[in-house]
Design a protein. Structure first.
Lengths: 240, 280
């Protein structure tokens, strides 16, 4: 991820000179970003900084107004809400994005096993708790074997305890499947716990890129972690 | 203390059981029983007041009189044929009306150009109270079955149209986005997302359509008929047979309730998830 608009040939996500505006309101301005294979990048910033818009452009949900965006296929998205289809049972939700439906139930069983929800194979989504539903959403994303996984504040609506468990789960799943991952978050600790690199966004631009470089598993009380946390919070305008 | 990574992978998070706990069944049975008891009490009171002369006997028939009227009509061989004739009118009218309403709703709900073409004439037509159209249909189609069926079709098309339209337009865009990023193409999105998501609203439309079909049936048959339940009413009115009048009202009610039950059955079969779902 460099600020110069050059294509990184090793990267599988390349964004060059991206512009995006809603009417006269510029949301993203001349933004460059590249993500390498299997790399975990966190986009950190306060609400309205354009991080979700960037993710939506990567997902192909919003077209760029200008600039080049290349992403690998298949990609998968987990949104802030699980967005499970309430009319399909859990296992059918999981295989929605799988083109070949043969052996789908077995596939779903395995995917749900990875998120610890095999018991809920035949349940209706509305009977799940928020955390369970979000884990099904993760299974539905990963069952597509995505080369790029896009996470849009997927834990923001969960309680603190569930959020920590979900973060641990995502670390585990990403280590196993190795997709390139872009996580949008406003939680500094979350970014530092999960990401290889943290990009701080402000007013539609990437202001700072930080190579985390902390050993795994990450200790949130380690001096270096605290130092980085202070740095990022300062960058976000919070003095601690 | 490495919280994030020291935690094991959750097998199952506490605090959320899969199946909703069943309600205390004793209370429920008691309430269901009450539902039957209170109408029976009203019938009993009615019978009592009428047979003790509080209600004038020649104008108000008792529940027993009404039951007897059913027997008489049956013995005269008019009850079943007339019910069947009325049912047939309502069913054919409903079938035509609901088909037109659904088709128009799908067109204008899923296609902006279609909405521009279809919606305004339908809303204008809907502004006319539909009973006012009946004389027109009689002039056009005569006093026979055609005008009645067309009238019922007209009455049932609107609720179906409005609810289908609202159902399709009401599909949460978030689901469509989720389907898009899962790689579903337009046709698949219609089949997997838009159709199932709007089905509950369409069934609500069907419910109203059935209600309206009975309403339109009564109007069409009471104004002009030589057969059917409405004809029974006209006859009974001429001979001041309140027992037969009330029997006819009961038949209409039974038809309405049966239709309603049919839709509930359809709901159970087609949208079993709706009972678990309390909104997005």
């Amino acid at each position: 991820m460099s600020s110069s608009p050059e294509v990184d040939t090793d990267a599988i996500v390349n964004v060059i000179g991206l512009h995006r505006a809603y009417g006269s309101h510029v949301v993203i301005e001349n933004l460059n970003l590249s993500v390498g294979e299997g790399e975990f990048v966190a986009l950190l910033g306060e609400s309205g900084c354009g991080k979700t818009t960037l993710l939506r452009v990567l997902a192909g949900l919003d077209p760029p107004d200008a600039g080049d965006v290349s992403v690998p296929q298949p990609l998968a998205v987990v949104f802030q809400e699980p967005r499970l289809f309430p009319w399909r049972r859990v296992w059918k939700n999981v295989i929605t994005g799988v083109p070949d439906k043969r052996g789908g139930r077995e596939l779903a069983r395995r995917a749900l096993g990875e998120v610890g929800l095999t018991d809920h194979l035949g349940a209706w989504p509305a009977t799940l708790s928020g955390g369970q539903a979000q884990r099904v959403a993760l299974a539905r994303a990963l069952v597509r074997e995505p080369k790029l996984l896009l996470l849009d504040e997927p834990f923001a609506a969960l309680d603190a305890l569930t959020r920590l468990k979900m973060q641990a789960l995502v670390i585990d799943l990403c280590a196993r499947h190795r997709p390139a991952t872009v996580l949008v978050t406003h939680d500094v600790d979350e970014a530092l716990s999960l990401a290889d690199r943290v990009a701080v966004m402000r007013e539609g631009r990437i202001e700072l890129v930080l190579q985390v470089g902390l050993p795994e598993p990450r200790d949130r009380d380690a001096p270096r972690f605290r130092e980085l946390r202070r740095l990022l919070l300062g960058e976000l305008g919070v003095d601690v | 203390m490495a919280i994030a990574t020291a935690l094991p992978i959750p097998k199952d998070m506490p605090g959320a059981s899969l199946t909703p706990t069943p309600r205390p069944s004793r209370d429920r049975r008691w309430l269901i029983a009450l539902r039957f008891v209170s109408p029976l009490l009203i019938l009993g009171l009615w019978q009592l007041l009428a047979s003790t002369g509080v209600f004038p006997e020649d104008i108000v028939s008792t529940p027993i009189d009404v039951a007897r009227a059913f027997g008489q009509l049956y013995n005269q061989g008019v009850l079943i044929p007339d019910i069947l004739i009325s049912l047939r009118r309502a069913a054919i009218g409903l079938l035509i009306g609901a088909t037109i309403g659904t088709t128009a709703g799908v067109i204008s709900g899923s296609w902006r150009v279609g909405e521009a073409i279809v919606d305004s004439p339908l809303r204008m037509l809907q502004a006319v109270p539909f009973p006012a159209i009946l004389p027109v249909f009689v002039l056009w189609l005569g006093l026979g079955e055609a005008s009645k069926v067309a009238f019922i079709a007209l009455a049932t098309a609107f609720p179906m149209y409005l609810n289908t339209f609202a159902g399709i337009r009401g599909v949460d865009h978030k689901y469509i986005e989720a389907a898009r990023v899962l790689g579903l193409r337009k046709g698949a999105i219609v089949k997997e997302v838009i159709f199932p998501a709007s089905l509950p609203a369409m069934l609500v439309g069907l419910r109203y359509s059935i209600l309206y079909s009975v309403l339109a049936l009564v109007i069409a048959e009471t104004l002009n008929a030589t057969s059917g339940i409405g004809y029974l009413i006209t006859e009974a009115q001429q001979f001041i047979r309140t027992d037969e009048l009330m029997a006819a009202a009961v038949i209409y009610a039974v038809i309405g309730v049966t239709g309603e039950a049919l839709v509930r059955l359809l709901e159970r079969l087609l949208v079993p998830w709706a009972r678990t779902f309390k909104g997005a």
